[in-house]
Design a protein around this ligand. Structure first.
Ligand code: HEM
Length: 160
C-alpha cells in the first residue's frame, strides 16, 4: 500500500512534540500531588483541572500514536527484505513494544485520573494521582525511543 508521506510526516512531528507536553504535564501533576499531600492542602478546582488536562494530553498522544501506527512505514515494513539491518529492531520496537507499553501507560493514567475523581478525601485524591501518574510516567519514560535507545533511537525534537 502507498504511504501518504505528508500525512506521515505531520503525524510524526505532532506525536514527537506532544511527547514533551505528556512528560511536562505528568511531572507537574505529580509535583502538585506530592506537595498537596505533604502540606495537607485542599484539592482545589485548579488541582482537578491539572488532573483532567494531564489525562487528556495523554489521550491525544494515544490517538496520534494510533493514527501513526496505521500508516507508518516502520510498522508496515517487510522484515524478510531487511534481515540483518538495524531496521528490524526498530520495526519490532514500534510494532510491538512501543504500542503495548504506551497503551498500558495511558490506561494506568486514565484509571488513576478516574479514581482520583471518585475518592472522597483530599488526601486520597492527591495520593491516587501521585501513585498512578508516577507509574504511568515511568512506563512512558521506558518506552520512548530516546536518541540513546539501542532498540530505536529517535531525535529529541522534530520540526516542520
Ligand atoms: C504517551 C504515549 C506516547 C509517547 C510519549 C510516544 C512517543 C513517541 C516518540 C518520541 C516517537 C518518536 C518520534 C520521532 O521519530 O520523532 C514515537 C514514535 C512512534 N510512536 Fe509513539 N508515543 C506514545 C504512544 C504511542 C502509541 C500508543 C502508539 C501506537 C498506538 C505509538 C506509535 C508510534 C509509532 C508507530 C511511531 C513511529 C512512527 C514512524 O517513525 O513512522 N506511540 N512515539
Amino acid at each position: 500500500m502507498e504511504i501518504n508521506k505528508p500525512m506521515h510526516q505531520t503525524l510524526l512531528i505532532l506525536h514527537s512534540i506532544n511527547r514533551w507536553l505528556v512528560l511536562a504535564s505528568l511531572l507537574y501533576a505529580i509535583g502538585i500531588a506530592l506537595s498537596g499531600l505533604r502540606s495537607g492542602s485542599a484539592f482545589s478546582v485548579a488541582h482537578n483541572t491539572v488532573r483532567h488536562v494531564t489525562a487528556t494530553i495523554a489521550h491525544v498522544q494515544l490517538l496520534l500514536g494510533l493514527s501513526l501506527y496505521m500508516i507508518s512505514p516502520v510498522v508496515k515494513f517487510d522484515v524478510a527484505e531487511a534481515a540483518g539491518t538495524g531496521l528490524v529492531s526498530e520495526h519490532m520496537f514500534f510494532r510491538f513494544i512501543h504500542i503495548a507499553l504506551m497503551a498500558i501507560a495511558v490506561v494506568v493514567i486514565t484509571i488513576g485520573s478516574a479514581k482520583a475523581k471518585r475518592v472522597v478525601s483530599d488526601g486520597q485524591k492527591f495520593r491516587t494521582m501521585l501513585v498512578w501518574f508516577t507509574i504511568g510516567l515511568l512506563i512512558i519514560l521506558a518506552a520512548i525511543p530516546w536518541p540513546f535507545s539501542p532498540l530505536a533511537g529517535r531525535p529529541y525534537f522534530r520540526s516542520f
